[in-house]
Write a protein that binds this ligand. Structure first.
Ligand code: HXC
Length: 258
């Protein structure tokens, strides 16, 4: 499929989406977000793909929703089109693991999009922020909610109230990103990490993802009960038999996604 605002690559079992509006620092226009949703749909449906990487350029993951596109909208426009829903939430709805690889700016909707992924690998030059308040609005794709869960109230509140950016080191200390890598290595490292995940059993990585995400949605007791049931159900898979047999026989497992 030919896209205008993104590039799509396949590296073995890893699907990569590169946001690609360099002149606008990958601002998330309606067209870009539509294409992103289409690309994620295609990777989700492709049985050869076991994990997905979402990335931008060295300068910007994404500098937010497209302000030029948004600036003229009325309340009724955004209400009636339910601005920031279906396509925007596609990344959060993926069942396959999705890694955000962030270099440069991840601001506003860009930070929110990264947080919709399962974890964030940051380049040394990454900058995260929710600057919406400085342009007369507030985060609209989860910034006040997901950021608070990642970094706690104090930092999230300061960022949402002042628009201050966090650098990669602060983001790692605060738990927003899983680790920091040199800018030049970011894409390769993300693909390598996604490749490791994709070499495992897809149903099992999906179960692990669903269980971790459950921690955000429920009480500890309910979450533990959910985890236990999913853990039990893993014993109904061929891949559990294969994984444990391979360990006992001191060989590499050959997972069949079954
Ligand atoms: C549209 C954008 C843009 C954006 C940058 N550009 N961010 N266009 N929407 N969000 C465009 C600029 O207009 C400019 O185009 C070109 O990209 C380069 O940007 P510069 O500002 O010249 O670059 P620089 O001086 O390096 O500054 C980088 C920056 C700054 C600090 C990231 O661009 C900036 O502050 N951007 C806006 C960040 C922001 O407020 N994001 C939140 C958006 S609201 P021209 O044509 O002039 O050369 C949001 C709401 C989310 O995300 C709600 C739910 C999704």
């Amino acid at each position: 499929m030919a896209y205008e605002n993104i590039l799509v690559e396949v590296h073995g079992k890893v699907g990569v989406v590169l946001l690609n509006r360099p002149k606008a620092l990958n601002a998330l226009s309606k067209g870009l977000v539509r294409e992103l949703a289409q690309a994620l749909d295609a990777f989700e449906a492709d049985p050869e793909i076991g994990a997905i990487v979402l990335t931008g350029s060295d300068k910007a993951f994404a500098a937010g929703a497209d302000i030029k596109e948004m600036s003229g909208k009325s309340y009724m426009d955004v209400y009636m089109e339910d601005f920031i829903t279906v396509d925007w939430e596609r990344a959060a709805g993926c069942r396959k693991p999705v890694i955000a690889a962030v270099a440069g700016y991840a601001l506003g909707g860009g930070c929110e999009l990264a947080m919709m992924c399962d974890f964030i690998l940051a380049a040394e030059n990454a900058k995260f922020g929710q600057p919406e308040i400085t342009i007369g609005t507030i985060p609209g794709a989860g910034g006040t909610q997901r950021l608070t869960r990642f970094v706690g109230k104090s930092k999230a509140m300061e960022m949402c109230l002042t628009g201050r950016m966090m650098d990669a080191q602060e983001a790692e200390r605060a738990g927003l990103v899983s680790r920091i890598v040199p800018v030049d290595d970011l894409k390769d490292e993300a693909i390598k990490t996604a490749g490791k995940i994709a070499d495992l059993s897809l149903p099992l990585t999906m179960m692990a993802k669903e269980s971790v995400n459950r921690a955000y949605e429920t009480t500890l007791a309910e979450g533990l009960r959910f985890e236990r049931r999913v853990f039990h159900s893993s014993f109904a898979t061929d891949d559990q038999k294969e994984g444990m047999a391979a360990f006992v026989e001191k060989r590499q497992p050959d997972f069949k996604n079954s």
